[in-house]
Design a protein around this ligand. Structure first.
Ligand code: F6P
Length: 359
């Protein structure tokens, strides 16, 4: 048996742990393993395929990023090729991917990715590729698994950062508005906001009214706490309005969320008269070492992916269904995003403790 591993889409802490566990488990079965560099791109490049032996995965469990590299521009179904006239042509290279994998003698591909990369994996499976998916994303927005790896590390990073905002906010009697990642799901903002005792948490699932947020801030001032921390998910939406996007699309052509905190801070300053600052935590949430929880989860996912391959569960994603790992068909896994239910227990507890969700 010869398997390949690739990592696609935005990186998440724990990718290297998945690779290590998959390589060691596969070698334990006497299998050969190769890595494909930068998603599927490596299949089209010289030096794009690297052998993965025990030595190449030594000491990488705790390291952020991915030793294989990644890209969110490598969709083989919509591959962007630069034209000589400076334009971009979009071509379907999925057939070449299937053929190249076959030519390389690869029996199974372990695709470690989020919603976008796993959708690609699912479509490749439909074209006959034997593929096993592993759910990766700091956004935690895949419905088929209890949790994705990388999420809890991002929450920890955001919690630490927001903790540091408290002292400067209090020293200056300011409102600090911090924007967190998560795309159209509010998991990171909800968990980090809750853990860091934010006063206001704005998530895409609960459209906000800044008049209500201003009331909450005024109430804090009235009670003698002359500072406030507002956590906003990048995909948060005002009542009757839309999410904030950056002007410049990504090189992959997609729209990029961003600007919510700035927009909210400006308006809150007008409404309350209190000095307000905004910041975007950005890619710090994706970097650095995975915390122990994510190391363990990632190692389990990597080992379980190899087990699924051995049992012939091709076209499936490994999912955590505590305490077990189980196969879920890829098509089903990517069919539904997991957003925060507005009646989530953290929201109910938060409301009981006086946290405003902007509604
Ligand atoms: O999906 C992971 C994620 O970090 C999102 O939270 C964020 O919106 C997006 O990726 C950012 O992507 P990029 O790395 O292309 O800026």
């Amino acid at each position: 048996m010869r398997i390949a591993i690739n990592t696609g889409g935005g990186d998440a802490p724990g990718l290297n742990a998945v690779i290590r566990a998959a390589v060691l488990s596969a070698h334990g079965r006497g299998w050969d393993v190769v890595g494909i560099r930068r998603g599927y791109e490596g299949l089209f490049r010289s030096h794009g395929i690297v052998p993965l032996d025990e030595r190449s995965v030594k000491g990488i469990t705790h390291i952020g990023g991915t030793i294989l590299g990644t890209t969110n521009r490598g969709n083989p179904f919509a591959f962007r090729v630069a034209r000589p006239d400076g334009g971009v042509e979009v071509v379907d290279r999925s057939g070449e991917v299937v053929q190249r994998v076959k030519d390389l003698g690869i029996d199974c591909m372990i695709a470690v990715g989020g919603d976008g990369s796993l959708r690609i994996a699912s479509e490749l499976a439909e074209k006959g590729l034997k593929v096993i998916g592993v759910p990766k994303t700091i956004d935690n927005d895949l419905a088929a698994t209890a949790v994705t790896f990388g999420f809890h590390t991002a929450v920890q990073t955001a919690t630490d950062a927001i903790g540091k905002l408290h002292s400067t906010a209090e020293a200056h009697q300011r409102v600090m508005v911090v924007e967190l990642m998560g795309r159209h799901a509010g998991w990171i903002a909800l968990f980090a906001g809750f853990a860091s005792t934010a006063d206001v948490i704005l998530i895409p699932e609960i459209p906000y009214d800044l008049g209500r947020v201003a009331e909450k801030i005024e109430d804090r001032w009235a009670r003698g706490s002359e500072f406030a921390i507002v956590v906003v998910a990048e995909g948060a939406v005002p009542e009757g309005g839309g999410a904030s996007y950056l002007d410049r699309p990504s090189l992959g052509g997609g729209r990029r969320l961003g600007g919510a905190a700035k927009r909210i801070a400006r308006r809150l300053e007008e409404l309350t008269g209190h000095e307000t600052r905004s910041l975007v935590l950005g890619h710090l949430q994706r970097g650095g070492q995975p915390i122990a929880f994510d190391r363990i989860l990632s190692l389990r996912f990597g080992a379980a992916a190899v087990k699924l391959a051995a049992e012939g569960h091709f076209g499936c994603m490994v999912a955590l269904d505590p305490p077990h790992m189980k196969p879920v068909p890829l098509a089903e896994a990517v069919s539904r995003l997991k957003t925060v239910p507005p009646e989530h227990e953290l929201i109910r507890s938060g409301r009981a403790m006086g946290i405003s969700f902007g509604d």
